[in-house]
Design a protein around this ligand. Structure first.
Ligand code: NI
Length: 441
């Protein structure tokens, strides 16, 4: 079944398919310049995407990608800054008329995943990740985001004389997180002052997504994607022989109780009628032999929340459970909750979302604009959207006719982008941008 579907997908990944006419269902009101520019630039966006797909780079290592981006922006006559947050690239376009300042962001990094798609431009790249040699693949579609924003920049430069306002193009590294021991991503771009030097009044971004079909756009107003935080808990007991547990303190039984009690954080303590919460233990490690009670048990896991207050409350609750349940067993808990800084909740500003929904409708038609469920995944666009009102929307990646819910998801070695999504993304982002700039007058 998969082979059949894949063959269909590849057939649809041709230039002819991606160069198709605007969606027949597109509603009135699509700006004529959007159609003109998208039609003109689509072959370029497609070529950039295939080149980037074939040459993916891990977070904070996007040197080739950054050069492709910077060379293109310079060729458009823009003043370009490079090396921000290691490999980030930014440029400002000043329109010929007064108007608002906005930012549009794309991410450039790939993942330590070995591609399994049989594409002529499939990745054969390898790199080093946590000391191991790994395949590298644009398994989250950031190649599409980068090439689309390159196209958006070229389109807007072509309209410069009549363009009201100023646009900051942000190409950031390491959305998936920097290598251990390094800083990176959106947080670092902001720490290095990109919104201090150019304060936008709104920020826009898009993401290709497997659970939508090509031709569809999706978004959710308010909290849209989860905050994601890692935690670690070490339960310290005292080693003894398995035949005489009273001679020590058994950290395995204490850890089991901590895991059990932690389930009540979601089921008994958080108001999940407001927003959902997830607490997952992903790994536990303790002991070596069937008849030795070990000294300690280590546990790691993830917390997903959609509200900063609930996020802080879950940290506190888990800390309490770990400490007090361990204490009830005579053990101690050493916990780091969270143990690394995670992404905050990605919030689409409700007023901005309401304002921009008609732009999505103009791009693909009302039937193809999907109101998304809460997404338990996380996205570092959240850092920008915490600074200024943000609008982050999804672009369908799975070929039409396939069940998008069963398609290989983002981050899969078989994640597949129907390239008509590039055209949809380009039109949608141009429509959003131009509607915002013109309507803000
Ligand atoms: Ni992504």
């Amino acid at each position: 079944m998969r082979i059949t579907l894949l063959a269909l997908s590849i057939a649809c990944a041709s230039f002819a398919c991606a160069l198709g006419a605007p969606p027949a269902s597109a509603a009135d009101g699509q700006r004529p310049e959007v159609g003109q520019q998208a039609g003109r630039l689509q072959p370029k966006v497609l070529a950039w995407r295939r080149d980037l797909h074939e040459h993916p780079e891990l977070g904070n290592r996007e040197t080739r990608t950054a050069k492709v981006v910077a060379d293109h922006l310079r060729s458009l006559g823009l003043e370009v800054k490079t090396g921000i947050a290691t490999t980030g690239v930014i440029a400002v376009l000043k329109g010929g008329k007064p108007g608002p300042r906005i930012a549009i962001r794309a991410d450039m990094d790939a993942l330590p995943v070995t591609e399994r798609n049989a594409l002529p431009f499939a990745s054969k790249a390898t790199s080093t990740f946590r000391g191991e040699t790994v395949g590298v693949m644009h398994a989250c579609g950031h190649d599409a985001h980068t090439s689309t924003l390159m196209g958006v920049a070229e389109a807007l430069v072509a309209m410069k004389a009549d363009l009201p306002g100023e646009i900051l193009f942000v190409f950031q590294p390491a959305e998936e997180g920097p290598p251990d021991g390094e800083e990176g991503g959106a947080e670092e771009m902001l720490a290095q002052g990109i919104f201090r030097d150019f304060k936008p009044e709104a920020v826009f971004g898009l993401h290709v997504f497997s659970t939508l079909n090509a031709g569809q756009l999706g978004y959710r107003a308010g909290p849209a994607m989860a905050a994601s935080d890692r935690f670690s808990i070490v339960i310290k007991g005292r080693q003894t022989h398995g035949s005489r547990p009273w001679g020590g303190v058994d950290p395995i039984v204490a850890a089991a109780d901590v895991i059990g009690s932690a389930q009540t954080i979601v089921s008994r303590r958080q108001n999940i009628s407001k927003l959902p919460v997830v607490v997952t233990f992903g790994a536990i490690k303790g002991g070596i032999r069937y008849n030795i009670i070990p000294d300690q048990v280590e546990m790691i896991g993830t917390i997903r929340t959609f509200d900063e207050g609930m996020r802080a409350a879950v940290f506190k609750d888990l800390q309490n459970v770990a400490e007090h349940v361990a204490a009830a067993h005579g053990a101690t808990a050493v916990s780091q909750i969270p143990d690394t800084k995670g992404n905050p909740v990605t919030v689409n500003d409700p007023a901005l979302s309401a304002k921009m929904r008609p732009s999505l409708v103009r791009a693909v038609g009302a039937d193809s604009v999907i109101d998304m469920d809460l997404n338990m995944g996380a996205e570092d666009f959240s850092f920008y959207a915490r600074e200024v009102p943000g609008f982050f929307f999804f672009v369908g990646a799975t070929p039409k006719g396939q069940d998008a819910m069963k398609a290989p998801s983002n981050h899969s070695p078989e994640f597949f982008l129907d390239e008509s999504a590039l055209d949809v993304g380009l039109r949608a982002m141009l429509q959003v941008t131009l509607d915002y700039l013109h309507n803000a007058q």
